[in-house]
Structure formats: C-alpha cells, structure tokens
Design a protein around this ligand. Structure first.
Ligand SMILES: N[C@@H](CCC(=O)N[C@@H](CS)C(=O)NCC(=O)O)C(=O)O
Length: 254
C-alpha cells in the first residue's frame, strides 16, 4: 500500500487533507508543490491533476482530487484507522451538510482575502508579459480570472462581499457550537477539520475587523481545541516555504 500526497504549505486546502492523514496515523509520501513557482501548472503535474490544483492523493495509482472527496476516500479506504466520520446515517448527513457549507459558502470568500493580501503581491512582482504566459497555462477558467484579479486588485465590493459572507459563516458556526461541542454533534469529524482549515484557524488574526472575541467565543475555543491536537500540530509542522514577509495573514493564502 503506497500513499502519496501532493500538497503545498499546511494551509487551507493542503492543511485540510494533511490533518486527516495525520489523525488516522497513515504513512504517506509528501510531495511538496511550490505554488509560488507555479509548479501546479507544470505539464508533469497537469498529467496527474488536469485541474492544476493541490492537494492530490495518489493511492497505489488511484488519483483522488478535491479535499472533501479525498478525506471521505480515506475514511472508506482505511476503515481500521481512527474514524473522522460518524457511523450512523444521520451523523454522516450532518457532517456532509457542514462540509458542503464550508466548501460552497466559506472557502472562496476567505480565499479572496488571502489572494488580495498575498497572491496579489506575488502576481504584481511578475512582469506583465511573463505573467500572461503563466496565466495562459492555468487550466481552470475561474482560476485564470482569479490570478488576473489578484494582480489588478479585487474591488472594494468584492472584498466587502467576502467579509459579509465570512461574518455570516462565523455567526452560523458560533450558533452551532453553542448547541454541540463539534459541528456535526458530539464527535470531532471531517466537518470540523474543514471549517478549521479554511477559516477557524487564526480567525482573530486574519479578520480582526469582524470583532471575533465578542462575536464568537465558542468558535475561538473550538479552534484552540483543534489546534492543540497532536495530529493537527504534526500537520502544521509540515514545511512552509512561504516568504516570511508575506506570512502575516498566511492562514488564508491560497
Ligand atoms: N476544491 C479544491 C480546491 C483546491 C485549491 O483551491 N487549491 C489551491 C491551494 S489551497 C491551489 O491549488 N491553488 C493554486 C492555483 O489555483 O493556481 C479542493 O477542495 O481541493
């Protein structure tokens, strides 16, 4: 059995699949993809994932992409490892509801702020002609547009809209955590790992302007509980090649 994960820094999507691998105690080969050098758009990597994104799981030649799919694949492929998914249908449905919520209503909006603060700086440091050449290689239309927006700068409207979406998400998660210790109920699941990786980790540092201390004390305590887990610490200790000058808001870079 050989497991390989192609991933970038332990942030956002890469972190979201590194944590389950560590929680489950699965041995895997780590293949670092340098997003700052656009390695994800190199032909050799596109041959593995034609969408040109990380992370990607390779399990004995079975290629699995998209974090939520990867994480459930690990549940199914390794039933003897510690589970991160409830066993009963209702619990599974609650977990999947929160996964869908984080994937559809959180990830992109946190990402806009990350791209605004960091990817924009990188994109603007590349000369115009060279930048267009790099953008032309990006397979997904939406990603091409996002790289261009990052270079020219997101509009105030886009940034305000993203903040509003993040506030709504934070309030929703806070309301749930007032009722149950974890998002899907009594147990820590992939749903917690999902929201934590996109938004929960270092929320107060990333979005001080939304007033987290008053607004979401349960969420902040929940995030601390997650961050203290040995598996999460191990995932966060994976190499980080981010330029330290750009790392201030690194929780949301990619
Ligand atoms: N829906 C995908 C999103 C993957 C994604 O956005 N990955 C980012 C890294 S966090 C990436 O590869 N960005 C580089 C790029 O798009 O050029 C998933 O869940 O895996």
């Amino acid at each position: 059995m050989a497991l390989k994960l192609y991933h970038a820094e332990p942030l956002a999507n890469s972190l979201k699949s590194l944590i389950p691998l560590k929680e489950k105690g699965l041995e895997f080969e780590s293949v670092y993809i340098d997003l700052h050098q656009f390695e994800q758009h190199e032909p050799w990597f596109l041959a593995i994932n034609p969408e040109g994104q990380v992370p990607v799981l390779d399990h004995d030649g079975v290629i699995v992409t998209h974090t939520t799919v990867i994480n459930e694949y690990l549940e199914d492929a390794f039933p003897d490892a510690p589970p991160l998914r409830p066993a009963d249908p209702a619990g599974k449905a609650r977990m999947r509801y929160w996964n869908k919520f984080s994937d559809e209503h959180v990830m992109n909006y946190v990402s806009i702020w990350g791209w605004h603060r960091m990817v924009g700086v990188i994109a603007r440091s590349i000369e115009g002609g060279k930048f267009e050449q790099l953008v032309q290689r990006i397979p997904l239309h939406e990603q091409r547009m996002k790289w261009r927006s990052a270079r020219s700068g997101f509009s105030e409207e886009e940034l305000d809209d993203a903040t509003r979406k993040i506030e709504t998400a934070v309030d929703k998660v806070e309301a749930q955590l007032r009722k149950t210790p974890w998002l899907a109920g009594d147990a820590y699941t992939l749903a917690d790992i999902n929201f934590f990786s996109y938004c929960g980790m270092r929320l107060a540092k990333m979005f001080p302007h939304i007033g987290t201390r008053k607004r979401c004390p349960k969420l902040l305590a929940w995030a601390e509980r997650i961050e203290a887990r040995p598996a999460v610490q191990a995932a966060l200790a994976m190499p980080d090649h981010t330029n330290p000058a750009l790392r201030t808001f690194s929780g949301d870079v990619h």
